[in-house]
Design a protein around this ligand. Structure first.
Ligand SMILES: [Fe+2]
Ligand SMILES: [Fe+2]
Length: 280
């Protein structure tokens, strides 16, 4: 199975090498993020012809966590697999869903007692994509160091043609180090969690596509997706306040990774698009 990649859809094969295209969508935040994904994905499918679409859904429910309702909505919208992060267990309803639904993963370096799996494999037209979710250990509660846990996680997806790793981490150094550690072993290492896209997307010398943070799919008019008035008030008063997701100026932040060889990327490209305003 390893080594099989399919020909691009609707294109003459000729001398064009077979390509697998993976669209990875950064943290989907609240209703505005889900709507942006729903509205922009059909056009991105036309334009970019991704074979696989993977989205980080850790902020899909009201900006914090995810429930089966939002997970089903993302899957119905055409997402092949969902990755998560530090807000995974915020809503109790998702706990059993994580055990039952194979298309959603939480960080592989969480404790064994925590519900869900850290890796999965999805398949399309005979090509398989292994997905690994990891959590950074700095400023986040991870069960074990991601650069150690990744070895075991990679064994679980060893049969996949392509491998995508979502490194959900706060600090840039952990993400950069993981990228270097995995260079030449996986197709892509994509960072999530900070909600701000970084300008360092590139293919490392060994062939692994890398970006420190993909950014978020949500309201740019807020503070990392939440209403800016509330964030400003909390920072000015040091008093707790309820945070709600913003609806203002939604964008999709994503990357497209193209690979013509097993577990080696040819290209990583940032896809940053604003979503049209809702009609009413
Ligand atoms: Fe997030
Ligand atoms: Fe996060």
């Amino acid at each position: 199975m390893r080594g099989r990649v399919r020909r691009p859809r609707g294109r003459a094969t000729g001398s064009v090498p077979p390509i697998t295209a993976i669209l990875f969508i950064g943290d989907v935040v609240g209703r505005a993020g889900r709507r942006a994904l729903r509205e922009l994905l059909p056009g991105l499918r036309e334009e970019l012809a991704p074979d696989f679409v993977v989205a980080n859904g850790e902020n899909a429910a009201g900006g914090i966590g995810i429930t089966p309702k939002e997970a089903d909505e993302l899957l119905r919208a055409g997402v092949d697999a969902i990755t998560l992060g530090n807000h995974t267990y915020r809503h109790r309803e998702i706990w059993s869903y994580l055990e039952q639904e194979r298309r959603i993963v939480r960080p592989a370096n969480y404790l064994p007692n925590q519900p869900g799996r850290g890796t999965t494999i999805v398949e399309r037209d005979g090509v398989t994509l292994g997905i690994v979710n990891l959590s950074g250990a700095v400023h986040l509660q991870a069960g074990s160091p991601p650069l150690v846990a990744i070895d075991g996680a990679l064994k679980e997806v060893a049969r996949a043609d392509q491998i995508l790793v979502d490194m959900h981490a706060e600090v840039t150094s952990e993400k950069v180090a993981l990228g270097w550690y995995l260079d030449g072993k996986v197709t892509a290492v994509v960072g999530t969690h900070t909600h701000i896209p970084t300008a360092d997307a590139r293919v490392l010398p060994g062939g692994t596509a890398y970006i420190t943070d993909v950014g978020m799919t949500g309201a740019r008019g807020g503070v990392i997706g939440m209403k800016r008035e509330q964030s400003i008030a909390v920072m000015r008063t040091h008093m707790p306040m309820r945070y709600e997701p913003s609806d203002e100026d939604p964008w999709i932040n994503a990357v497209l990774i193209r690979a013509s060889k097993p577990r080696r990327a040819d290209e990583i490209r940032q896809i940053l698009r604003s979503s049209p305003a809702p009609s009413a």
